[in-house]
Design a binder for this molecule. Structure first.
Ligand SMILES: Cc1cc2nc3c(=O)[nH]c(=O)nc-3n(C[C@H](O)[C@H](O)[C@H](O)COP(=O)(O)O)c2cc1C
Length: 153
C-alpha cells in the first residue's frame, strides 16, 4: 500500500483547482491515506525549484490551445507548459499513474487534447476527463479509479 495519494495539477482560472479540492475531500472520506496536492502554478509563482518525485501521483491538466482544429492542423499548448516541464523533470514521468484531462466540449476535437498528447509523449495512460469544474459524478468516478490504482500498488 502506498504511503499517500498525490494529486499534481495546474489551474489557471480555478476550475481544475476546484475539482482537485472536491476530489481530495472525496478521497479523504474513503481512505485513511493522506492526500497531498501539488499546484505546479504555485511552484512557478513562488520561484521554487522543481523537485524529483519519489511517490506515485495522478496528474490533472486543463486544456489551453492556440490555433489548430484537433485533427489535421497544428496546435500550440499555452499556459499549461509548467506541468509538462514538471513531469519531464528528473524521472517524474515514471511516477505518474496517469493523467486526467479537462476542458470544454465546445472545443470539439480539441476537447482535452493536451492530456492525450501528454499520455502519448510520456507513455502513461489518460485515465479520464471532465468538463470545466466537473460534476459530483466525475469526482466520484475518478476518485474510485484513483483508489483502485493505489490499492493495486
Ligand atoms: C484561451 C483558452 C483556450 C482553451 N482551449 C481549449 C481547448 O483547446 N480544448 C478544451 O477542451 N478546452 C479549452 N479551453 C477550456 C479550458 O480548458 C477550461 O475552461 C478549463 O476548465 C480551464 O481550467 P482551469 O480553470 O483550471 O484553468 C480553453 C480555454 C481558454 C480560456
Amino acid at each position: 500500500m502506498a504511503p499517500s495519494i498525490t494529486l499534481v495539477y495546474i489551474s489557471l482560472s480555478g476550475n481544475t483547482q476546484s475539482f482537485v479540492k472536491r476530489l481530495k475531500a472525496y478521497l479523504e472520506s474513503k481512505t485513511s491515506l493522506p492526500i497531498k496536492t501539488i499546484n505546479v502554478k504555485d511552484l512557478v509563482k513562488e520561484q521554487e525549484d522543481f523537485f524529483a518525485m519519489t511517490d506515485y501521483y495522478v496528474a490533472f491538466l486543463p486544456t489551453y490551445l492556440e490555433g489548430g482544429n484537433g485533427l489535421d492542423s497544428g496546435d500550440v499548448e499555452i499556459l499549461t507548459t509548467p506541468l509538462r516541464d514538471f513531469i519531464a523533470f528528473a524521472d517524474n514521468y515514471r511516477y505518474c499513474y496517469g493523467i486526467v484531462g479537462s476542458g470544454n466540449k465546445n472545443f470539439n476535437n480539441q476537447y482535452c487534447l493536451t492530456a492525450k498528447q501528454y499520455s502519448e509523449a510520456f507513455g502513461f495512460p489518460m485515465l479520464d476527463d471532465f468538463e470545466l469544474r466537473g460534476l459530483t459524478d466525475d469526482v466520484e468516478r475518478i476518485g474510485e479509479k484513483i483508489l483502485k490504482l493505489y490499492a493495486a500498488a
